[in-house]
Design a protein around this ligand. Structure first.
Ligand SMILES: C[S@@+](CC[C@H](N)C(=O)[O-])C[C@H]1O[C@@H](n2cnc3c(N)ncnc32)[C@H](O)[C@@H]1O
Length: 301
């Protein structure tokens, strides 16, 4: 028998699908690849989930400006150009402007499927109700931090990479949010969370998007499967009595949304509330197929 104060885990998964927006679209997918547009730039990137055949003809795919080649999951690859995009260029989600750039890791400094989480976050932190303290761990280039700051939250943005924090700060300037109350921290997520617990700090909302493997600035090793229970426990301790949410996202073949939900429920035992879980997906602009790319679980008080 589950105690009434144990968070209730949703009986069925949710697919959070980010539809196309003006500056991003999944134009087509298939043959193990995605054809996407980021503002005026079209790119082709490997995507193991797309077993099916593309809908558009080869001619449409050949219009891509840049193609990331030679990489399976977690492998190195490189960009090949038909027409070289600028070093970086601005794209906008709702009224938040930030920079896209081709990186050596096949990404463009933004994970467009996260738009589903940004929209959820914006709903959880309605403008006009400022004052929430939000912690964004593994924050990368910071779009989620900017969404929270734009809604009036005081944000602590953390990433282990100096370069990523620099890019996130530059994005805050691009978004016109450089004056917003965002603390930029370059540190190991686990070390920081533990220290915040010792200091008695509390947050109304926590977001985390841990990679499978990473390193803190002092060489601290992060392994998702081994280290997540400890970090989730610290996050639970950092939630204020009036906390509204805890959101975790993971790009992993082994940890499903249900697994994340179970761990979350255990760490939040005694707090009540509700946990949704499932998959983040990108849907082709035609509406044909969705491409599942990551798993999430999120608790709401
Ligand atoms: C999957 S990305 C996050 C994507 C981001 N949340 C978004 O939606 O755009 C993972 C990030 O974790 C950071 N990272 C890796 N190991 C870390 C550690 N030990 N502590 C803190 N951040 C770490 C990386 O530098 C990287 O920016």
């Amino acid at each position: 028998m589950i105690s009434p104060s144990h968070p209730a885990i949703a009986a069925a998964p949710l697919v959070m699908s980010a539809p196309a927006w003006a500056d991003y679209g999944l134009v087509d997918s298939g043959g193990g690849r995605k054809l996407e547009r980021y503002g005026p730039v079209r790119v082709i990137r490997p995507e193991a989930q797309c077993f099916w055949a593309p809908a558009l003809d080869q001619g449409e795919w050949e219009k891509a400006d840049a193609i990331f080649e030679g990489a399976g999951e977690d492998e190195q690859g490189s960009w090949r150009f038909r027409s070289r995009p600028p070093e970086s260029w601005p794209i906008t989600w709702r009224d938040i402007r930030f920079d896209a750039r081709l990186t050596a890791f096949r990404h463009l400094g933004v994970f467009p499927e996260q738009a589903a989480n940004w929209a959820w976050l914006a709903d959880e932190l309605p403008k006009g109700k400022p004052g929430a303290r939000i912690l964004n761990l593994f924050g990368y280039t910071g779009v989620a931090s900017l969404v929270a700051a734009a809604a009036g939250a005081a944000v602590t943005h953390l990433d282990a990479s100096k370069k990523a924090v620099g890019w996130a700060r530059a994005n805050a300037r691009t978004a016109g949010l450089h004056q917003a109350p965002i603390r930029w921290i370059c540190e190991d997520a686990r070390a920081y969370a533990r220290r915040e617990v010792r200091r008695g700090e509390l947050y109304q909302g926590i977001i985390l998007d841990p990679p499978k493997y990473g390193r803190g600035p002092a060489g601290e090793v992060w392994r998702l499967y081994e280290d997540l229970p400890d970090l989730m426990t610290a996050c639970a301790a950092l939630l204020a009595p009036d906390a509204r949410f805890l959101l975790i996202n993971a790009y992993s073949e082994r940890l499903t949304g249900l697994a994340l939900a179970g761990l979350m429920a255990q760490c939040l035992a005694g707090r009540g509330g509700h946990i949704d879980w499932g998959e983040l997906a990108l849907t082709e602009e035609s509406g044909r197929y969705g491409v599942g790319v990551s798993f999430f679980a999120r608790w709401r008080a």
